[in-house]
Design a binder for this molecule. Structure first.
Ligand code: G3H
Length: 487
């Protein structure tokens, strides 16, 4: 609660996806433990955040923007000093390659500084007076209150800070629950939170979300829910809030991003982008490509090239040079992926590449599945893992219909060498998803771009600028213009 809470004695063990040999065989390595909050302790943390906000009269929401930025800058300096340990913990806790763990850390620091710069611009705008119809207005950006922030396991540092930092900068106070896989890596930053922000501004709570979070929502004292995770969890949590119409939700949720490979596409480029888009960090990205539509006339060549490209990917331990495929942090994931493959095979699909779907320790070897059809789980479910479902099509209307009918609407990739084909796809697709990528995989960055989704894929918008707007409200201070030269 702004100060370290004494440990009550209950703890949760943390196991790495990286396995070690023991007398019982190969098991996930135990890498630490964290204290688990009781329901009472998490409510105390909520009280601390509510008090620090104090209905907008607390020290943090009333502090000048420049002073709040100074706190965030001081925090960031301390965070940078912990880079080595945080990067190692990302790697050990979620099995992300060392190179990608470094990228995640550095991208987060860049995002913080870009957010500070964006706020300076926004603030300059806000201090400008606007005169219309004899009224002078100053538009201010005010905080919203207490934010409950929950990040995902796949970007436990970056996506948490993508919401936490802008929310703080705008003057909100914070309850922050790290993801189950991705808790330890926040430990080295606790002291920095404690020393750089006033008491009660950032309150970290540990434990199982389903035991400590519902009561926080039921309290009605959470003003903003920000969660990057599953649509189901977000909907369940929102329903618990007694005044849901007063709750602002900034959510990054499920996605089933499609690629459309037209018959005139550069197949080498499409294959390269499909492999990266589907399999970076083992496909555990909300922006990953999760279903590939390929024109039937080029399907055989595409699959052949795709299989070759997949077999070139290095799989191994996260610290190995050039590794792409690494151990999966969710222990139940290989069984789920296997179930998807069995279901696809039962409905007539084949596994195209050698070693597809083989499991070893916590690895799952990527599987290309073809031809996928509407009866299969892989057609509609977000696999969030290293499986590439490929659907043949004869007419471009087929993938368009799929995207229109989907519950999700984050991104799409289109591959074609013909301007007229690309143009004919952009208009129908841009009304279905929030980003259309031409001859490129789906991705979130550059982080300065708005990041959102339609339908069940998101609520609110993130990015350097949009997050500042999302975690604040515009308030006006107006006065009548009594000067001689009225506008
Ligand atoms: O998991 C969702 C992330 O925001 C994806 O970000 O496209 O940069 O990997 P990325």
């Amino acid at each position: 609660n702004g100060a370290m809470h004494p440990w009550t004695g209950k703890s949760s063990e943390v196991f790495s996806p990286i396995c070690v040999k023991t007398k019982d065989g190969l098991v996930r390595k135990r890498i630490g433990s964290y204290p688990v909050c009781t329901e009472k302790e998490s409510m105390e943390a909520l009280d601390a955040a509510v008090k620090a906000y104090d209905n907008g009269r607390g020290i943090w929401p009333t502090m000048s923007v420049a002073d709040r930025i100074a706190c965030v800058e001081q925090f960031t300096q301390k965070m940078i000093a912990k880079r080595d340990i945080v990067v190692k913990l990302i790697m050990w806790e979620i099995g992300k390659s060392f190179a990608d763990s470094q990228k995640e850390f550095d991208r987060t620091v860049d995002y913080i500084y870009a957010t500070i710069d964006a706020l300076k611009d926004l603030d300059r705008d806000n201090s400008r007076f606007q005169i219309e119809q004899g009224i002078i207005a100053q538009i201010r950006r005010s905080p919203l209150g207490v934010v409950l922030c929950m990040g995902p396991f796949n970007y436990p540092l970056n996506e948490t800070f993508t919401t936490l930092i802008p929310a703080l900068i705008m003057g909100n106070t914070m309850l922050f629950k790290p993801p189950k896989h991705g808790t330890l890596l926040h430990y080295p930053l606790l002291e920095a939170f404690q020393s750089c922000f006033p008491k009660g501004v950032v309150n970290t709570i540990y434990g199982r979300g389903n035991t400590i979070v519902p009561q926080l929502m039921q309290s009605g004292q959470i003003n903003v829910l920000t969660l990057i995770g599953s649509s189901r969890v977000a909907n369940e949590l929102k329903k618990l809030h007694p005044k849901v119409n007063r709750l602002r939700a900034i959510l990054g949720l499920d996605a089933k991003n499609a690629a459309i490979i037209s018959k005139d596409a550069d197949l080498d480029l499409a294959v390269k982008e499909t492999v990266l888009g589907s399999l970076s960090f083992n496909g555990q990205r909300c922006t990953a490509l999760k279903i590939i539509y390929v024109h039937r006339s080029v399907a055989t060549t595409f699959l052949y090239k795709l299989s070759e490209e997949v077999s070139k990917l290095k799989y191994g331990m996260p610290w190995e040079q050039g590794v792409v495929l690494t151990p999966l942090p969710e222990p139940q994931k290989p069984a789920y992926l296997k179930e998807c493959l069995d279901d696809a095979i039962a409905h007539g699909a084949k596994l195209i590449n050698p070693n597809a779907g083989e499991t070893k320790e916590s690895f799952f070897y990527p599987a290309i599945v073809y031809p996928v059809n509407a009866k299969m789980k892989l057609y509609r479910e977000e696999q969030f893992g290293p499986v590439i479902p490929v659907v043949p099509f004869d007419d471009l209307e087929e993938p368009i219909e799929y995207i229109i009918g989907s519950a999700h609407g984050q991104q799409v990739s289109i591959f074609s060498n013909k301007t007229e084909v690309i143009s004919s796809l952009i208009d129908p697709l841009v009304n279905q998803v929030s980003r259309v990528n031409i001859n490129a995989q789906c991705q979130r960055g550059p982080d300065i771009f708005p990041f959102t989704g339609r339908k069940d894929s998101a609520e609110g918008t993130l990015s350097v600028f949009d997050a500042l707007r999302s975690f604040s409200i515009r308030s006006l201070v107006t006065t009548k213009d009594t000067s001689e030269n009225k506008a």
